[in-house]
Design a protein around this ligand. Sequence first.
Ligand code: DC
Length: 221
Amino acid sequence: MLKDGSIAIDGPSSSGKSSLAKALARELGWIHADTGALYRAVALWLGRTGLSAEQEADICRHLPDRKIAYAIRDNTTRVLLDGEDVTDHLRTEETGRTASRVSQIPCVREFLFHIQRDLGKKGGVVMDGRDIGTVILPDATLKIFLVADARIRAERRFTEMQQKGIPGNLDDIQKDLTERDRRDRTRSLAPLIQAPDALLLDNSHMTIEDAVKWIRQKLPN
Ligand code: DC
């Protein structure tokens, strides 16, 4: 088994990227890097400072003063914002929506690019996001474009929210996911697209274990 390669997993919201990347990394003894968490950390910072995602000039002026970094714990990434581990505050609907908006701003993508690239370069990483195979790790050992039916993605998100005790309506969740996908796919900078050399995997009717097995069979020895 190769020791220090990288696997890029890109796909739309709630397609199961993070769960799959985490399980795969665990099996390989690699690190799982959640790149959406970096955009969410920027969104959290905006919320805390009272800036809106539309205030691009202010965001670009103040962002370089922030320190956003990965810390590795238990084979996965935690995100530090000015030294504070904010990972457990990032998975709210509001943060996801704002993250999708700020991810369209060039200075934000540039700021976060190096954090992702530096970790990816070390190897032994399964990285999930939207532009990993196209921009962040164009030389990844294996690239997966992970998709799932929109209703199934909404149901997964709904179940996840229920488990956390967050109220939600299935139709509203699906509408919200569809809108985020549209924004992520149509933005001019690093849009969500399948890299030409990425393998398409529809996991609508697969368990995480099935998907891990499928990917392991595609890995070079
Ligand atoms: O994967 P996620 O839901 O945590 O990502 C939140 C937002 O961050 C997503 O809507 C778009 C943006 N994002 C991005 O533009 N590029 C990435 N590599 C990861 C996330």
